[in-house]
Design a protein around this ligand. Structure first.
Ligand code: UD1
Ligand code: MG
Length: 437
């Protein structure tokens, strides 16, 4: 496969999002749109990635601080053609072939990118435009073909003639080009487009098609065979639609791995998670980015498993339980109405209904250790930093103050919690049902 560079156009204002957050930083399944695009380009084999930033550039640059990309600045933002010119000028591509993609295509298909590069290279084209036929072309650039079926231009929605409105073949916002052929045409095109006093005038990348034709260079419109709506994100509705599309695919992946999702439509699983075989996810459960869940776990209904959490095998997290940045060891349970923040829960420990492990003192967050087979009673509060020994019992309604060490095998009760003098009959006093055994 030929080496190629990639340019992600991410400088636009994203006006239709109506947001103070740059469009490409809006998350889908917990991952910013830009990272989805970047990941797909890497999977396709891009060896050199350039991101053009402008609107909200500080935020995007901060986000990209540790990423293996070069950043070009477009300021002011004068259209996609101008953005491409800035990329090629500021960050000369390391390969002759350059894939250019709009930053608002999080559902980009890496196999499609590979096929595009093959099309470009095998035909020695100056520019290859990826085209598709969609049911709802509104808002997209229409592909105009000449009598010999060659692409002759792309017309943006605002410039369409009445007769062109019915055209369903559109520009998908994904291109491959030979930058050495394109640059001598792109530069004068942008200069001409922006040489007016109208500061709102933009230089469209799509006008390159006409300009390359005039210069006698080979430009091809590649019908990639896509027949449904291509997943671009211009506004919040499309953000939700594309998120749903990705979510369905992601859940199907986990079901194929042996995970039961009782009601996919009310379940939300972000990217980067791991879920073991024979785990069951009950309705209305949210699993955040990067969570690791073992085998045979029971999650939900109405559970919220947040980032930084690992649930080992055979863990039960029941209804209205939130687990945040915590580890629950094999066989541990929190079956009802609990909050666990920054906790390490030992094997077979039981967290009772309504128990709260309070990790935030208003300024800092602290951790708590709960030992193997410990029993945390209903309605108790353990204020971090906490240390509950193995097989220790925190009685129902107890408040364990910060820093208190509960020794293994002892029982604490009351507010604030004190060690119970007579510990001998503790198992009789906590009924088996409350223990959740
Ligand atoms: C663009 C295409 C349209 C195509 C559609 C596919 C142009 C002129 N139109 O329209 O033919 O059908 O994508 O999704 O290219 N950007 C910059 N700098 C700018 C302006 C935009 O970097 O000055 C970036 C944006 O951040 C965005 C991308 O370019 O990621 C596309 O811009 P957008 O405004 O979404 O273009 P569309 O209207 O979707
Ligand atoms: Mg767009």
């Amino acid at each position: 496969m030929d080496q190629f560079s990639a340019v992600i156009l991410a400088a636009g204002r994203g006006t239709r999002m109506r947001s103070s957050l740059p469009k490409v930083l809006h998350p889908l399944l917990g991952v910013p749109m830009l990272d989805h695009v970047f990941q797909h380009l890497r999977e396709a084999g891009a060896s050199d990635v350039i991101v053009v930033v402008g609107h909200g550039s500080d935020q995007i640059r901060e986000h990209l601080r540790d990423a293996d990309v070069r950043v070009a600045i477009q300021d002011p933002q004068r259209g996609t053609g101008h953005a491409l010119l800035e990329a090629l000028d500021q960050c000369p591509p390391r390969n002759q072939t350059v894939v250019v993609v709009n930053g608002d295509l999080p559902d980009l298909d890496s196999a499609l990118v590979k096929r595009l590069v093959e099309q470009q290279v095998s035909n020695s084209a100056a520019l290859t435009v990826t085209c598709g036929k969609v049911d709802h072309p509104q808002g997209m650039g229409r592909i105009i073909r000449s009598a010999d079926a060659q692409i002759s231009k792309i017309t943006e929605e605002a410039d369409l003639q009445a007769s062109e409105r019915e055209i369903q073949e559109v520009n998908l916002g994904l291109y491959a080009l030979d930058h050495r052929q394109v640059l001598p045409v792109l530069r004068p095109m942008v200069e001409e487009d922006l040489s007016t006093d109208d500061s709102s005038k933009e230089a469209y990348l799509t006008r390159l098609v006409e300009c390359l034709g005039i210069a006698g260079l080979h430009c091809q419109g590649w019908d990639c065979g896509i027949s449904s709506e291509f997943a671009q994100v211009n506004d919040r509705r499309q953000l939700a639609e594309v998120s749903r599309l990705l979510q369905t695919r992601w859940q199907n992946h986990w079901m194929d791995q042996g995970v039961t999702i009782v009601d996919p439509s009310s379940t939300w699983i972000e990217m980067g998670v791991e879920i073991g075989q024979d785990t069951t996810i009950e309705p209305h459960t949210v699993i955040r980015r990067g969570v690791v869940i073992g085998q045979r776990c029971e999650i939900g209904p109405f559970a919220h498993i947040r980032s930084g959490t690992t649930l080992e095998d055979d863990v039960i997290v029941g209804d209205f339980v939130e687990v945040n940045r915590s580890r629950m060891a094999t066989g541990s349970k929190a079956k009802h109405l609990a909050y666990l923040g920054d906790v390490s829960v030992g094997e077979k420990a039981n967290i009772g209904a309504g128990a709260v492990i309070a990790n935030y003192d208003g300024t800092h967050k602290h951790g708590t250790e709960i030992g193997n087979k410990a029993f945390i009673g209903s309605g108790s509060v353990i204020v971090a930093p906490g240390s509950i020994g193995s097989e220790a019992v925190v009685a129902a309604g107890a408040l364990v103050p910060p820093g208190r060490v509960v020794e293994p095998g002892t029982t604490v009760m009351g507010v604030p919690a004190k060690v119970r003098e007579d510990d001998r009959n503790k198992s009789d006093q906590i009924c088996e049902d409350e223990k959740g055994t």
